[in-house]
Design a protein around this ligand. Structure first.
Ligand SMILES: [Fe+2]
Ligand SMILES: [Fe+2]
Length: 259
């Protein structure tokens, strides 16, 4: 089985690139997971982007801290059955895991959020990701899934690497999102689990993590919180492609895509 995992899709240019890449690759991959937390003009996801990403060919969408920028969505997340929200968030309601059955294979996806440098709002409203993930894995195992994927949406590299080792004999793939910069540490850990610290972003290349660079520079010079404006130039495509042995369910290869 080949799985394509796409990092934080940012704004219109990210969505356009996503559409192009999924069209191009639709016959090469069996399953696709997309992080959609920045798809609505860089900030969060609305029902519109949810539908667009699924229509493009994604099987599951994961989220992150930008959920808090869309207050109008607070009562909507729970209705979106292919959307996994961070399972350790305590004050938003949505799916703590998503199970999709495709071509006779049952795949479970868990989204978690990190504790370090994620902002006060997150710190106040999460429980320990390391405890919560074990509960969620138990639920997925009881549902007899064939594969488990974990999107750990976090800033701190150490936290993500620790999660990778913690889960290396419990799930099939742990990958990081949120920093929007792809790391070059993809590997297969002892148990046959694929790992990367951050997949990177699919969004405007000439920007500061998707934000207009002039605004980002001003924010750092003045220390003021200036209004977010998503950059809209051509997007970079950041993803990983992971291949698994159908019998053992172990990862055979993990390939970074940074185009
Ligand atoms: Fe993001
Ligand atoms: Fe994020």
């Amino acid at each position: 089985m080949k799985v394509l995992i796409i990092g934080d899709v940012v704004g219109r240019s990210g969505l356009n690139r996503l559409n192009y890449e999924l069209q191009k690759r639709k016959n090469e991959v069996d399953f696709c997971i997309v992080n959609g937390e920045n798809s609505a003009s860089g900030r969060g996801l609305r029902v519109k982007e949810y539908n667009e990403i699924l229509n493009d060919g994604a099987d599951v969408i994961t989220m992150g801290n930008h959920m808090y920028y869309r207050k109008e969505m607070a009562n909507e997340y729970k209705k979106l059955e292919k959307l996994a929200i961070p399972a350790n968030i305590t004050n938003l309601i949505g799916n703590k895991n998503v199970i999709v059955e495709k071509n006779g294979i049952k795949i479970g996806v868990i989204n978690l959020i990190g504790k370090f440098a994620m902002g006060e709002m997150i710190e106040k409203n999460i429980t320990n990701a390391f405890d919560v993930v074990i509960e969620q894995i138990k639920i997925l195992n009881e549902a007899k899934v064939d594969y488990i994927f974990v999107d750990f949406h976090a800033e701190a590299t150490a936290e993500k690497i620790a999660m990778g080792y913690f889960l290396c004999d419990k799930v099939n793939c742990v990958y990081g999102t949120h920093t929007h910069v792809q790391t070059s540490d993809e590997k297969i850990l002892d148990g046959g689990m694929a790992y990367i610290t951050d997949v990177g972003m699919t969004g405007p290349k000439d920007s500061v993590l998707g934000l207009k660079k002039e605004i980002a520079i001003q924010r750092f010079i003045t220390g003021e919180y200036l209004h977010y404006e998503c950059s809209n130039n051509d997007a970079i495509f950041n993803a990983i492609e992971v291949e698994f042995d159908d019998k053992t369910k172990k990862a055979i290869s993990i390939k970074r895509i940074n185009e």
